[in-house]
Ligand binder design. Structure first.
Ligand code: GTP
Ligand code: MG
Length: 231
């Protein structure tokens, strides 16, 4: 159960039915794209809580936002790694006619890391933007670090988690593509990832298993985000 010095990470239990239903309503209501940010001075005013989705290229960040909001093309998902190149803000609760956010918070889609094919200078620019955002955004309630269920925690993930540890920014692991592993492999998945996470002091003690294909874990993740914004 993890390294002796680490803390214990478990699969999150289902949220209570009321919280789940409230979150379902929130996510099924209006959600609008706000803007794609390429520099820190372009960030929206830090006037409401937000959660962001980080992870390696192609892990399924954009697909997860689409599954959460039940909209196919809200966040641009694709087979081409490196699709998302800006910090994309979505307003839960939508925008009014003047473009002002109406709801309780933002969902934030980040560019992926670990994509070797992108031009080096471009990668360096994204990385420094993302790093500054993650460490310095006062309204960032939680970072969800997405981990592909087939691949587990990779060195690039540990590198991000090390940075979050140093900046004391709490992150919660979300396994993606849970529809992919065979039944026999599934049982070992959570304990293996949990052991890898347990050495990170900033890791939230519960992880969430999801599939954007089958909808597994989506109500629980909605409820988790809903509770972070309901403050
Ligand atoms: P970047 O923006 O490039 O960093 O990628 P991303 O993390 O946003 O990944 P994206 O959502 O674009 O998905 C990458 C690929 O994985 C797409 O082909 C998706 O259809 C696929 N995918 C995403 N989620 C799932 C899932 O839950 N199950 C399965 N089987 N495929 C998925
Ligand atoms: Mg993306």
């Amino acid at each position: 159960m993890g390294a002796p010095t680490g803390h214990r990470i478990l699969e999150a239990a289902e949220a209570d039915p009321e919280a789940t239903e409230a979150a379902r309503k929130l996510f099924m209501g209006p959600v609008d794209f706000v803007k794609g940010v390429v520099a820190l001075d372009g960030l929206p005013a830090p006037d409401r809580p937000e959660v962001c989705f980080a992870g390696r290229s192609n892990v399924g960040k954009s697909s997860l936002i689409n599954a959460l909001t039940n909209r196919k093309g809200l966040a641009r998902a694709s087979n081409t790694p490196g699709r998302t190149q800006e910090i994309n803000f979505f307003a839960l609760g939508g925008l009014d006619e003047a473009g002002a956010p109406q709801g309780p918070g933002y969902l934030v889609d980040l560019p992926g890391y670990g994509y070797a094919e992108a031009p080096k200078a471009k990668v360096a620019a994204w990385q420094s933007l993302i790093r500054a955002y993650l460490a310095g955004r006062v309204t960032l309630s939680r970072v969800f670090v997405l981990i592909d269920a087939r691949h587990g925690v990779k060195p690039a993930d540990h590198a991000l988690m090390d940075e979050l540890d140093r900046a004391a920014v709490v992150f919660q692991a979300v396994l993606t593509k849970a529809d992919k592993p065979k039944k026999a492999e599934r049982a070992g998945l959570v304990p293996r990832v949990a052991a890898d996470l347990s050495r990170h002091p900033a890791a939230y003690p519960e992880l969430i298993v999801t599939s954007s294909e089958t909808g597994e874990g989506i109500p629980l993740l909605r409820a988790t985000i809903g509770s972070l914004m309901d403050r």
